[in-house]
Design a protein around this ligand. Structure first.
Ligand SMILES: [Zn+2]
Length: 269
């Protein structure tokens, strides 16, 4: 069993968003498919409307790689998304986390249990936070970050790490998943590119909520400034589709749009 953790602000936030989603935000006839194709073999699984997504990568041999596990309550929705793709938790051979925050790692311990895996893979610089179930530090140079950093909470069920990821490596799944270390949002934050389908997964380096790209909320970053600096690499890479943990994907000229955002958002400072 995952170890007990202190209920904190982020849990309240997560539950609040979850409840709003269930009762109001998407009330009405909107029905969202449990999994949305980003490109052949790679799918977005919305776990809280488009607010929080996981990504599933399907292999030719039938196995699945899962990227991010949503909040603590997300696994049931992830399993439904997998079922929509004709997959079960037992098909998941690998779980990768983009970073140690409760809306990405909250469901990880549960997914590890359900899949029967020994643990998750995460960048070295966030591995200890995942093992201990604690969120990476907040940026105390921001007023909200300073407040949040003094409050308890933000944690999630502690999760075993089976392998630590490093910058630049090419993970041998689905024809190649390239890791780009983009620290700032957290020390070990990663973005990924599925090279065969030219699909970028930003993690939290950039959000795409409310039909526009933004920086992540500063108070939730370890270093907001470093996030802005390291995200610039995403303007130099090659991809056609950009997928985000927070918000729907951008198709077609995604690279140009990301580049445009980076230029505009950097000029403003
Ligand atoms: Zn985050």
């Amino acid at each position: 069993m995952p170890q007990a953790y202190q209920r904190g602000l982020s849990d309240e936030f997560n539950d609040g968003v979850h409840n709003a989603h269930e009762s109001q935000a998407y009330a009405g006839p909107v029905s969202r498919p449990p999994a949305i194709a980003l490109a052949p073999g790679i799918y977005r699984i919305p776990t809280m409307g488009d607010f929080i997504n996981s990504v599933a990568l399907l292999e030719g041999d039938g196995s699945v790689t899962l990227i991010d596990c949503g909040v603590k309550r997300a696994p049931a929705t992830i399993v439904k998304g997998l079922a929509h793709l004709g997959k079960s938790p037992a098909d998941v051979q690998r779980i990768i986390l983009t970073h140690a925050h409760s809306d990405h790692a909250g469901g990880a311990a549960r997914m590890v249990d359900e899949t029967g895996l020994a643990g998750v893979e995460v960048h070295t610089d966030d591995a200890e936070y995942i093992r201990s179930g604690s969120a990476s530090p907040r940026d105390t140079t921001t007023r909200l970050g300073a407040i949040f950093s003094r409050l308890p909470g933000g944690g999630f069920p502690a999760t075993p790490v089976v392998r630590e990821i490093t910058d630049g490596e090419l993970i041998n799944v689905g024809g190649g998943l390239r890791i780009h270390h983009t620290p700032g949002h957290s020390p070990g934050h990663i973005s990924l590119i599925h090279e065969p389908t030219a699909t970028l997964i930003t993690g939290d380096a950039i959000w795409n909520m409310n039909a526009r790209m933004t920086w992540p909320v500063a108070a939730f970053c370890t270093s907001y400034r470093q996030n802005q600096q390291t995200a610039q690499v995403l303007g130099d890479l090659e991809y056609a589709v950009a997928a985000f943990t927070h918000g729907p994907e951008i198709r077609g000229n995604a690279r140009e749009q990301v580049r445009d955002f980076l230029q505009r958002a950097t000029k403003k400072q």
